[in-house]
Design a protein around this ligand. Structure first.
Ligand SMILES: Cc1cc2nc3c(=O)[nH]c(=O)nc-3n(C[C@H](O)[C@H](O)[C@H](O)COP(=O)(O)OP(=O)(O)OC[C@H]3O[C@@H](n4cnc5c(N)ncnc54)[C@H](O)[C@@H]3O)c2cc1C
Length: 294
């Protein structure tokens, strides 16, 4: 299939891109890595009258330290650049662990962090990671900008709070607090496929080894990432143990997700996977938190 006809602009600056978005609004689409948008256009599921190509905006391709141990990542930063950034694990261990699971190297050479987050595919890894790590996103428009927490950004199936004239320009991730461990787990049919189910988990320990707080974000289990707050709540104030992980796994699998089923995974199978992933992720996250405390 070929896309429907469209106008094309490749602005040289963010200001010029923002002006184009202000002018064309919902008639326009932004082109980042194109790894999701171009297939969608080829199937004519999207028929923008105007394509605004962000690929000349070097000002949106950066990784730099922020304040208080955070890292700031430009929206046009390619997944491969992030994968090769040796410091990423220190700033965002979950993102560092998740990136190799995102598609294939050829796709990661083009796809961008901003594109993945804006696309808001419920099976994507990056939104779950950003939720688990409490990321913040900077959204710009011609008349100004706003910061939005990851928690407020994702609104549903391929839905975010981005307005038609807005561009996601930057992502900020804060380094995990002390005595924190995390684990990213997913199960896919083949390496590079979208996950059948996955989880981004993080656990913070008190100095006596008891769990202080935990976060469990599941993806590919519904129409958007699921923040399993009840399962995480079972962990707080408890001593880590296999029985505790099992209780959290049952809570998450049976009460907090509502899978509709796909041709690859029935709802029951998805629940089974969520149970397995929860146990694995919690055991590893706690071990890492213990190592970080030693
Ligand atoms: C075979 C294949 C396998 C894949 N497997 C996976 C996988 O396992 N996991 C996974 O997460 N992804 C996977 N992907 C998707 C890939 O990672 C996408 O590229 C990514 O989700 C979108 O990033 P992009 O930079 O290509 O964005 P684009 O395709 O260019 O854009 C996607 C959407 O986001 C909008 N957009 C882009 N940038 C911005 C911005 N800065 N501000 C506002 N809106 C913006 C666009 O207008 C468009 O609507 C796969 C893709 C393919 C082709």
């Amino acid at each position: 299939m070929k896309p429907a006809p469209f106008e094309y602009e490749a602005p040289e600056s963010l200001d010029a891109a923002l002006e184009l978005m202000q002018e064309h609004g919902s008639e326009a689409k932004l082109l980042a890595g194109g790894q999701s948008l171009i297939p969608v256009m080829n199937f004519r599921l999207a028929q923008p009258a105007m394509l605004v190509d962000l690929n000349r905006l070097a000002e949106l391709d950066f990784i730099r330290p922020g304040e208080n141990g955070s890292v700031r990542i430009g929206a046009m930063t390619r997944m491969t650049r992030l994968e090769r950034y040796a410091e990423l694990e220190r700033y965002s261990p979950l993102l560092a662990e998740a990136i190799p699971f995102i598609a294939h190297p050829q796709i990661r050479n083009r796809s961008t962090l901003g594109g993945s987050l804006s696309h808001a595919d419920p099976a994507a890894e990056a939104p779950a990671v950003c939720l688990a790590e409490g990321a913040r996103f900077r959204l710009a428009r011609a008349s100004g900008e706003r910061w939005v927490a990851a928690n407020d950004f994702f609104q549903g199936l391929f839905e975010t709070v981005l307005e038609p004239e807005e561009i996601l320009v930057e992502i900020e991730l804060e380094s995990p607090p002390v005595r924190t461990g995390s684990s990213f787990q997913e199960i896919a049919r083949r390496q590079g496929d979208y996950a059948l189910a996955g989880v981004a988990a993080s656990v913070r320990l008190r100095d006596d080894g008891v769990i202080d707080a935990a976060r469990l974000i599941f993806f590919s289990v519904g129409d958007q990432p699921v923040d399993a707050t009840a399962a995480a709540g079972l962990l707080a104030g408890e001593t880590p143990s296999a029985a505790l992980y099992e209780a959290a796994a049952i809570e998450a699998a049976e009460k907090e997700i509502d899978p509709v089923g796909t041709i690859h995974a029935t709802p029951d199978f998805t629940r089974h996977l969520v149970g397995v992933l929860t146990r694995r992720a919690l055991a590893l996250a706690v071990t890492r938190a213990q190592e970080a405390s030693a």
